[in-house]
Ligand binder design. Sequence first.
Ligand code: ATP
Ligand code: NI
Length: 353
Amino acid sequence: MSSNANSTTTSTRSNEPLLSVDGLRTFIETEREQFPAVDGVSFSVDRGETVCIVGESGSGKSVTCESLTGIVPQPPARITDGQITFDGKRIDGASERELRSIRGDRIAHVFQNPQQALDPVYTVGDQIVEAMTIHGQRSGTSARERAISLLRKVGIPRADDRIDEYPHEFSGGMRQRVAIAIALAADPDLLVADEPTTAVDVTVQAKLIELLRDLTDDDTAILLITHDLRVVASLADSVVVMYGGTIVERGPVDTVFSTPAHPYTQALFDSYDGLSRRNDRSARGELPSDGCRFRAECPYAEPACEGGDQPDFYTLDSDADHSVSCVHFSPDGDPERVLDASTEVHSVSEVSR
Ligand SMILES: Nc1ncnc2c1ncn2[C@@H]1O[C@H](COP(=O)(O)OP(=O)(O)OP(=O)(O)O)[C@@H](O)[C@H]1O
Ligand code: NI
């Protein structure tokens, strides 16, 4: 974890994305219901890139991220389709043993609740050293020194004392910092963080975001689930917008914020407090299960939005990396109809402060 690393050097290693996900489908099967919580999701994360996933509750963000390294509980989940390529190697269908070695070593997870990553009976130092040594890194005094420097890096004051304390001796925000330090201990290529700031109060949230922002200057790529569009604006390079188990729009943060194209993204940005926290509906079969999942709420819905797979992705003229799954953006569609109606223009700086 060289803090002064020049992040441009890694990109020369390979032009391939670090992670690419193609057609991921994960069913949830319980006694009561069976539905694809993730229904054909494709996106990629470049080396050192920060990608944020946004979308209302139940849209499949967590199941997507937990399917990558198989930590989604199976059952009730069942991953049925999709190619997941990490650092040039297919990892879908990998054995539990292979996945375990990828987790924490190459792809580390940080959860909403830091308790999930912490063991109450070991000191935080032991846990950080354990995370380093499992992955064949140093041992002995150099490991302890590195653990202290990791605690410093995540902003724990008096790290050389606190390294010998137990998780319960830390406040909620500090515990999440420790969890992040453990995740970073193996020097992962990708940090997957599922709403890591939600369980702490607002001032602590701001500090954790600052921490993540420092980390995004590093070579570590970050895949971050958040409900907070200000966090997206301040951290993300790219945004993935999910609705009803599908991705409806994805692209560089600037163009998605300045020209939200999918009617759902527009609605999300226009009243994001209300909409993004809306109750989980996908499990209750309230959304269409074919075509465009948003059509029942979409002011521009037409018969072409129904049936079959979700609409194809079309790129926007202004930015070839910005694509939207909406029939109105097809060559025969009339995208102006949708874009003109987006009266408010969202600039990244406007939302971020
Ligand atoms: N273990 C489980 N058992 C039953 N249903 C589940 C389970 N995990 C996820 N689901 C369902 O799968 C769907 C997608 O859930 P997921 O947790 O991925 O949503 P999310 O976008 O992360 O939502 P939130 O923003 O609330 O975290 C939801 O309908 C959810 O109820
Ligand atoms: Ni979630």
